[in-house]
Design a binder for this molecule. Structure first.
Ligand code: FAD
Ligand code: NAP
Length: 471
């Protein structure tokens, strides 16, 4: 077998038809899987589809504007896209509103689903849809120029107090943006309309509320340090209780958590200021409180919890005691959520596509030929770009192993890829945006950004993106 493999590989690169893969989603998962596959199975042709005309998923629409270094991965993605074996087709939704999975299947040997997690988890409490209660996901999308949230309305100029529910890194991102000096944000690629709205913001106090304790917080040290360093922003928490929690466990073998806890104990160097942020623990929201005419949020009610079980797995148990906090804005930051797509198995309970090292499985736990997944859709909506890269590489390795073993793919026969779908796209009036088109859109964003003294000014309406290509 080992002797035959190099021969199979060289045949595959010479005369054998290429392995044609459709990738659904152009975030880190789609790009890193493509990157590995193009390297390890040279006779590959990849067509990457994205619902938006612009690529890169949450790197563009999620990562905070004041974290430009994180967005450098886009240059790696550019290199993948420069490969002639790769094509980008932006502005093409896969699923019910664009090209159906069954239609895609006819033109490819395999499909990789890496369409991420475009929704968020809800609290399921009364009045959650009241004006002034929003998901952190929508707020993040709004300041980052995601077309879907371009017109989001928030009462930032009507209240001085915001509550963020959840204690992950997204919660700290939104708390930081709400409290950052405008002059700092101005230097970033945050959208101009967000800057303008934030310039009228009256928010001075942000409470970041968790249902468990400090040892269970989901954010990480670097992000906590940034939050503690916000100029003119005082940090508040129940220090005595936090210290007692930290003292109750032996952290000598858990250095990252130990480091984070000492940062928490130290607090912020800013001791006086008119702005503040706080970490509140042991609180589960039970109800959003409306104002007198029921038109907006006026507060939030919590049940106070106690913790039960070992610190690294403890559960929050309601005590039957309640507390109400006044606020005019509630941002729910309790995690993102993937949606099912017709034609692709989905585990509703786990909120992801069932898979074995990236190979999609059916409900009988049998492998589905030619169907693969990577990224947040594969493992759930957690993990940074580096972990998404590792899991994308794992999926690419699964694909390469299947090819080496000659496992069946979608259907036998030569496939045409996107060329086979051109007539259908035209008939449906869908105009795919190529990577060269995207680079034109990006150049226009850089040019507008340069005039404004910022890295780029993102187009936040799909028509504005497409209009660049008419010029
Ligand atoms: P995504 O990046 O979400 O990409 C999915 C792509 O699929 C999108 O382009 C979307 O448009 C497309 N798509 C969706 N539906 C369809 C469809 N039906 N048809 C076609 N295309 C579709 N990690 C870090 O390392 N550093 C950070 O600073 C950081 N900040 C973050 C901030 C926020 C607010 C969030 C939410 C995450 C952050 N992360 C950060 C994590 C990182 O963004 C993720 O690990 C990574 O983006 C997940 O990649 P993905 O490819 O699975 O999904
Ligand atoms: P997350 O890290 O999973 O945090 C979710 C938070 O919500 C947790 O504190 C969780 O508490 C809480 N929560 C969940 N359900 C709840 C409920 N019903 N009631 C109250 N609280 C609830 O998710 P995230 O913040 O959305 O981040 C997603 C991923 O992106 C993470 O891996 C994160 O590190 C990454 N990210 C990274 C960066 C960065 O590197 N700078 C920035 C943003 C995001 P429990 O623990 O009690 O469940």
């Amino acid at each position: 077998m080992t002797i035959l493999l190099p021969l199979a590989r060289s045949l595959s690169t010479a005369a054998v038809s290429p392995f044609r893969l459709a990738v659904v989603g152009s975030g880190p998962a789609g790009f890193y899987t493509s990157h590995r596959l193009l390297k390890d199975w040279p006779n590959t042709r990849i067509d990457m589809y994205d619902a938006l005309p612009v690529p890169h998923g949450l790197v563009r629409f999620g990562v905070a504007p004041d974290h430009p270094e994180v967005k450098n991965v886009m240059t790696t993605f550019d290199k993948v896209a420069e490969d002639d074996r790769f094509r980008f087709l932006g502005n093409v939704t896969v699923g019910s509103d664009g090209i159906a999975v069954d239609e895609l299947k006819q033109h490819y040997d395999a499909i990789l689903f890496s369409y991420g997690a475009s929704e968020d988890r809800r609290l399921g409490i009364p009045n959650e849809d009241l004006y002034g209660v929003e998901s952190a996901r929508a707020f993040v999308g709004w300041y980052n120029g995601l077309p879907r949230h371009r017109d989001l309305q928030l009462p930032l100029d009507q209240t001085d107090t915001a509550v963020v529910i959840g204690q992950g890194n997204v919660a700290l991102d939104v708390a930081r943006v709400l409290l950052s000096p405008l002059d700092e944000l101005r230097k970033t690629d945050i959208t101009e309309y967000a800057l303008e709205t934030l310039s009228k913001s009256r928010i001075k106090h942000v409470h970041v509320v968790g249902r468990r304790g400090p040892l269970q917080a989901a954010f990480t040290t670097k992000e906590l340090r940034e939050q503690m360093s916000l100029p003119g922003v005082v940090f508040k928490t129940d220090s005595e209780w936090v210290k007692s929690q930290i003292a109750s466990v032996d952290l000598s073998k858990n250095r990252p958590l130990k480091r984070m806890m000492s940062l928490l104990e130290k607090g912020s160097p800013t001791k006086n200021g008119d702005k503040s942020w706080s970490l509140q623990f042991l609180r589960s929201p039970t109800e959003v409180i409306p104002n007198a005419d029921g038109s907006a949020v006026e507060g939030i009610r919590y049940e106070i919890n106690r913790l039960e079980g070992p610190f690294d797995r403890c559960k929050a148990i309601g005590t039957g005691e309640f507390e109400t906090q006044s606020c005019g804005l509630v941002l729910r930051s309790i995690g993102y959520k993937s949606l099912p797509m017709e034609g692709v198995p989905f585990d509703e309970r786990q909120g992801r596509v069932p898979n074995n090292f990236g190979k999609i499985m059916d409900k009988n736990d049998e492998e589905l030929p030619g169907l693969y997944t990577a990224g947040w859709l594969k493992r759930g909506p957690t993990g940074v770009i580096v972990s998404t890269m590792s899991d994308a590489y794992e999926t690419a390795d699964t694909i390469v192993n299947d090819l080496k073993e000659g496992k069946p793919m979608l259907s036998p026969g030569k496939k045409e890829g996107a060329d086979g779908l051109a007539a259908l796209l035209k008939e449906r009036n869908i105009r795919p945006v190529s990577y060269a088109d995207w680079k034109k859109i990006e150049a226009a964003e850089f040019a507008i950004g340069a005039q404004l003294g910022k890295p780029r000014e993102k187009f936040s309406r799909i028509q504005d993106m497409l209009d660049v290509l008419k010029a």
